[in-house]
Each structure stands twice: as structure tokens, then as C-alpha cells.
Design a protein around this ligand. Structure first.
Ligand code: AMP
Length: 429
């Protein structure tokens, strides 16, 4: 029987894995530029961390969590997102006692959601994100947005659309929730089953509904901006000023409420339409949270964060031909051109690797012509031929595959030879 990967999961292998690494490396570099520290947190947590953290009214908690009893009868979930775990770690490790708040964390890794798999939507996918913990300063909302925007610009993406909105403070959200409740009460019979639930639990979520979102009733619903408290309005105005002053283009989207329960004040999403016109929707999203740290057992501190979906970023980079790195090349391919030379091929390969040269061999006999073909396929810069003559004379035949020249080099001079050659090559590049 052949085993298949589970529905909604995918293998990331070979060139694609290298490209994922390129994405994570670039994002990590930008995070370090902004002075963020890497956090690695467990994939499994107590289920109630997410129930509390992500929110009972969210689709994630209601329908999408991978939750099970472990052998010790504990209710465990695979993480459906990172924010709750990062905050748990911030609280557990008492990082809030640090005199230099905020703590600025970045993270990446797999998350799990039992969604209906479709194009660009998986059950296991990778996220990369940041959390800034222990501050209510608006500057950090702006910093998070600009960090995300900088990452996308560094990839060379041109059509990034940044959508922002304010959900206001507690007071604003309570009056908005009441207004929505009153408004939707007339229409709720015509809405999808999920929205009927959302109406009871948190009517803001109706604005997020994938089924009802295009309906006129949703479009004509009361707008958050009309219910913002004076303070929240000022905060949002300042945020827009900071973005303007730093030349970050954005668009205010009054319907943006985000699928998670914990956001307050600033929320934002990055959207993308590829050069060919394919609309990828949200490729990254986040916002400010006022109460989450406290709700998860920490002190009364605030934070802000966002995350990108790596699969979506990979797709858009591929679509727009922005993955710059060619497939891995190697410095040297080592070929045994006599049956008796397999051991020498092994020993020479090992010697080269010990001196830091990227080198490959299958330690088997090949005719010179087929060895060259293999070397070219592996994008090697040099091929070393080892046959009986070479062994008897304590030397090696080395072909430069770029300019087709060939040298005979004494075994003892091998490392010096490549040190000079590859240094020259790097200078030429
Ligand atoms: P969220 O945590 O829901 O705000 O999602 C953050 C980002 O993760 C989204 O903008 C997407 O890029 C990505 N994402 C969310 N759900 C999925 C999924 N099921 N498959 C792939 N990527 C996803």
C-alpha cells in the first residue's frame, strides 16, 4: 500500500524548500534590522490557551482546531496561530518584568487549521510573524505595519495593498456591536447558519463572513468609523499621519474587522494582486490587542502583531518571478573514471568538504563524458577526474566547466589550487 499525505497538507521539497528558506531568511533579516528576537514556541499547547486566546466566537476555535486528549487525558491543541503561544511564553517567562519593554519577537513555523482545503488554503501551513509585547504606544502599531510593508517591498513586490482600520477601544466596540446587533436583527433569517451563530456570539464577525460578505445587507451595515470614541478617532488619525510621513501608502477599509476576537484599535491586512492580475487576497494580517495579555494571565499590558502566510508569499513571488536564487550550485563534482578510483573519489570529496568546498560525488565509476553531464546537471563549477594515472602519479585532473580549461594538479596542492581558483571566481562574480 502506498501512503498518501493527509488532505490539506503538502510536501515542501527540493527547490521549493530552498525557496521557502529564502523567504524565511529575508523576513528574518528585516526583523533583525528592526531589532526583533527569534521566539521558538511549542506546536502543542493546552487547548484552552487558544479557546481563550483566539476567542470562542472565532471560526478557528468553533470549527478548525486540531484538538485531542493525550495519553495523560490532557486536552491538547495543535497551534492554529502563534500569538497566544508567544504571549503565554512572555507571561510564563516573566518577560514583562524586563525594564526595557516592549519585547519584540519574531517567529515562524507550521500552524494547523481544519479548513476546507482549496487553492492557497491548507490544513497545515507556515506562518511568519512578529509580536511587540508590553506597549500601548501607537508608534509600535506603526512599526509593525512598516516592518510588514518593508518585508514585502524587499521581495520586490509592487502591487501591495495595505488596508487599515480601527476597531477602537472597548467603549467604541460596545456601541458598534450594539448598533450591528440592532441592524442585523432585521435580516438574520436570510443569512447563513454561521452568521446566525455569529450574531449571537459576536456580530462583528458577520462582516468577515465569506458567504454573506457580498450581500447588500452586509455592505449597508453600520460602519465602525461612526462609532469610534473621541480617543480612538485621535489615535487612528495619528496612525495615518505617521504612515503618511513615512511614505507608506494605505487604504482605510471600514469593513476590516479580522477573524480573531482579540483585536482592538489598529487592524491591518496586506493584500496582493499579481502582475498577471490574480487576486491573492490577504497575504498577511494583524492588529493591536489591548486585553489579550491580561486575559492570558499576564499583567495589564498591550501589544501588536501580524503574521504572513508563507505559502501565499511563495505563490505570489513565483507568479511575479521574484524568487532570485537559482537552484543550489556546487563548487566541485568528483568523478572516478576508473573502477579502482572509487575510494580515492570518496577521500578527495571528504578532504575538499573538510576545507569548506561544496562538493558532490556518487563514488562510482563514470566515463568522463557522462561525469561532465552529471556535473553540469548539478551546476558544478569544476569536475575532478580520478583514474589510474592520477592515482599512480599522485595528481588530479581538474576541468573548469565555465571556461573549459583543464589543469593537472598535485594531490598536495589541491586545497591551495581551489582556494585560489574559487576566490578568483567569486571576485569575477
Ligand atoms: P490569520 O492568522 O488568519 O490572520 O492568517 C494570517 C495569514 O496566514 C493570512 O493572511 C494568509 O496569508 C495565511 N493563511 C491563513 N489561513 C491559511 C490557510 N488555511 N492556508 C494557507 N495560508 C493561510
Amino acid at each position: 500500500m502506498e501512503y498518501q499525505n493527509l488532505k490539506g497538507t503538502h510536501d515542501v521539497i527540493l527547490k521549493e524548500a530552498q525557496d521557502y528558506q529564502f523567504i524565511v531568511d529575508l523576513m528574518s533579516d528585516v526583523c533583525r534590522l528592526f531589532s526583533y528576537k527569534l521566539f521558538k514556541v511549542p506546536v502543542i499547547e493546552n487547548a484552552n490557551l487558544f479557546q481563550r486566546g483566539v476567542g470562542e466566537s472565532s471560526d478557528i476555535v468553533r470549527k478548525e482546531m486540531y484538538t485531542f486528549l493525550d495519553k495523560g487525558e490532557r486536552l491538547i491543541s495543535l497551534r492554529p496561530e502563534f500569538t497566544a503561544s508567544i504571549i503565554r511564553s512572555f507571561v510564563n517567562n516573566k518577560l514583562y518584568a524586563n525594564s526595557n519593554l516592549p519585547i519584540k519577537a519574531y517567529y515562524h513555523g507550521p500552524v494547523f487549521r481544519y479548513e476546507r482545503p482549496q487553492l492557497g488554503r491548507y490544513r497545515q501551513f507556515d506562518q511568519f510573524g512578529v509580536e511587540i509585547l508590553g506597549t500601548d504606544s501607537l508608534y509600535f502599531d506603526a512599526e509593525a505595519i512598516i516592518l510588514g510593508y518593508t518585508i514585502l517591498k524587499q521581495f520586490g513586490l509592487e502591487n501591495v495593498k495595505l488596508k487599515i482600520n480601527s476597531l477602537g477601544d472597548e467603549e467604541s466596540r460596545t456601541s458598534y456591536r450594539n448598533a450591528l446587533k440592532e441592524y442585523f436583527s432585521q435580516y438574520i433569517d436570510n443569512m447563513c447558519d454561521d452568521c446566525k451563530q455569529r450574531f449571537k456570539l459576536n456580530p462583528l464577525r458577520i462582516l468577515d463572513c465569506k458567504v454573506d460578505t457580498d450581500k447588500e445587507i452586509v455592505r449597508a451595515a453600520p460602519k465602525m468609523s461612526d462609532y469610534l470614541s473621541k480617543d480612538s478617532k485621535i489615535r487612528f488619525k495619528h496612525l495615518k499621519e505617521i504612515l503618511d510621513e513615512n511614505y507608506i501608502p494605505y487604504e482605510v477599509d471600514d469593513t476590516l474587522v479580522r477573524g480573531l476576537d482579540y483585536y482592538s484599535q489598529t487592524v491591518f491586512e496586506f493584500h496582493y494582486v499579481s502582475k498577471k492580475g490574480f487576486d491573492y487576497g490577504a497575504i498577511g494580517a494583524g492588529g493591536h490587542y489591548s486585553n489579550l495579555i491580561n486575559e492570558l494571565g499576564g499583567p495589564n499590558l498591550q501589544g501588536v502583531g501580524f503574521s504572513f502566510g508563507i505559502e501565499r508569499i511563495y505563490s505570489i513571488l513565483k507568479d511575479d518571478e521574484l524568487i532570485p536564487n537559482p537552484e543550489y550550485s556546487i563548487d566541485i563534482y568528483v568523478a572516478a573514471i576508473d573502477e579502482s578510483a572509487n575510494l580515492s573519489a570518496f577521500n578527495v570529496s571528504n578532504l575538499l568538504r573538510m576545507h569548506g568546498f561544496v562538493c558532490d560525488s556518487d563514488y562510482q565509476f563514470h566515463k568522463p563524458s557522462s561525469a561532465i553531464k552529471i556535473a553540469l546537471k548539478k551546476q558544478a563549477h569544476y569536475v575532478i577526474f580520478i583514474g589510474e594515472d592520477e592515482i599512480n602519479n599522485n595528481q588530479l585532473t581538474i576541468k573548469n566547466l565555465t571556461n573549459q580549461t583543464q589543469d593537472i594538479v598535485k594531490y598536495d596542492d589541491l586545497i591551495l589550487y581551489f582556494s585560489e581558483q574559487l576566490e578568483d571566481d567569486h571576485e569575477e562574480n
